[in-house]
Structures are given as C-alpha cells and as structure tokens.
Write a protein that binds this ligand. Structure first.
Ligand SMILES: CC(C)(COP(=O)(O)OP(=O)(O)OC[C@H]1O[C@@H](n2cnc3c(N)ncnc32)[C@H](O)[C@@H]1OP(=O)(O)O)[C@@H](O)C(=O)NCCC(=O)NCCS
Length: 166
C-alpha cells in the first residue's frame, strides 16, 4: 500500500477515534500487571473529557496521523500522539520538558513509519516551545515501543520499581 500519511492537529471530530486508540494502550498496560495499571470503569468518558478540554490548550500537542489516499471524504485516523509541556521539580537547571502522554498506531498501519513520523514532529514541536528535552514513559514489557523510541534516539533513564504493599 502506498498511501501518504499526513499529520494534522486533532479536531473535535477526531476525539472518539483518539479515545479508542488511547484506551487500547491503557488496556495493553493493564494486561501487563493489573496491580500497577488497573483501569477505572469510566475511563472512556474521562479520556473524552480530558482530550476535548485540551484540544486548544496552549502548549499541548494532540497530533493525528491520517491516511491521505484512502477512499472516502474523511481521511481515516491511523495514529495519534498526545504531548504537553510540563513543569519539572525545581532542582534541575531546566524548568520544563515536553512529555508524551500517549501514542498509538492502528494495527493495520504499523511498521510503516507512522509512529516515527509522529515522534519527529513532536520533537520539533518541543524545540519550538523552548524546552531542551522530550520524554515518554515506556512499559518494560512493551518491546515494540522500547525499540521504536531507541531507534528514534531516545535514551532510557529511570526504571520504575513496584511491589505490592503488605
Ligand atoms: C509502538 C507503536 C506506536 C509503533 O508504531 P509504528 O507506526 O508501527 O512504528 P514505526 O513503523 O514508526 O517503527 C519505527 C521503528 O520502530 C521499531 N519498531 C516499531 N514496532 C516494532 C515492533 N513491533 N518490533 C520491533 N521493533 C519495532 C523498528 O525499529 C521500526 O523501524 P523498522 O520498521 O524500519 O524496523 C505501535 O506498535 C503501537 O501503536 N503499539 C501499541 C500502542 C503502544 O505501545 N504505544 C506506545 C506507548 S509508550
């Protein structure tokens, strides 16, 4: 398939599709270990509200990847990346950093460079917002994402350690 992928800022019409993509990532996490990632039953509504309320928030990036040459008037959503500029605790020389909250590509469009394209754009967006770094949290079990971020030039820093309380 030779469809071109276009990156566009999300509009209200994209929110339902983005929510489903984000939910699929959260369910993936929940399956790794419910103790750490068990989801609330009303997560779909929460995601809707969270995304809708931040569509036009300054220093937020809700970026859709759409398949340009597909049939039909509305190009389908094939991937998403949600990021925001966040404040760092006041012990480092820099004050803020860009953080990738969510990223996913629908299964049918994986391994075609969609996520890589989203990451490149997010990196430039972070630079335009005056921060010196962009971060993401990647579950240790998520080999595809670990490989993706490594290939894109990200360096692993923290490893979160979790144990059930007694
Ligand atoms: C992780 C994910 C976003 C990757 O999306 P993608 O569009 O398929 O990634 P790309 O095609 O841009 O891949 C770029 C590179 O990342 C690496 N990569 C991506 N998926 C991989 C996989 N399943 N296994 C190994 N390496 C992988 C490869 O190096 C790849 O380059 P190559 O195809 O030339 O070998 C996608 O698999 C996904 O949506 N997974 C479920 C949600 C998720 O885990 N999100 C990340 C949360 S942090």
């Amino acid at each position: 398939m030779n469809e071109s992928i276009t990156l566009v800022p999300a509009g209200p019409e994209d929110v339902p599709g983005i929510v489903e993509l984000c939910l699929s990532v959260e369910r993936q996490h929940e399956a790794y270990w419910p103790l750490r990632w068990q989801l609330r039953s009303d997560l779909r509504q929460r995601y809707h509200r969270w995304l809708e309320s931040n569509l036009t928030t300054a220093r937020w990036l809700i970026l859709c990847a759409k398949a340009g040459a597909s049939a039909g008037p509305v190009p389908p959503l094939v991937g998403v990346l949600v990021a925001a500029i966040q404040e760092e605790i006041p012990i480092y020389l820099y004050r803020e950093y860009a953080f990738i909250h969510d990223m996913a590509v629908i299964p049918e469009y994986r391994r075609r460079g969609v996520a890589d394209k989203l990451l490149q754009e997010a990196r430039c967006w972070a630079g335009r917002h005056g921060v010196n770094q962009i971060r993401a949290m990647v579950a240790v079990e998520n080999h595809a994402a670990t490989e993706l971020f490594s290939q894109a030039g990200y360096r692993a820093t923290y490893r979160e350690m979790v144990q059930a309380a007694e």
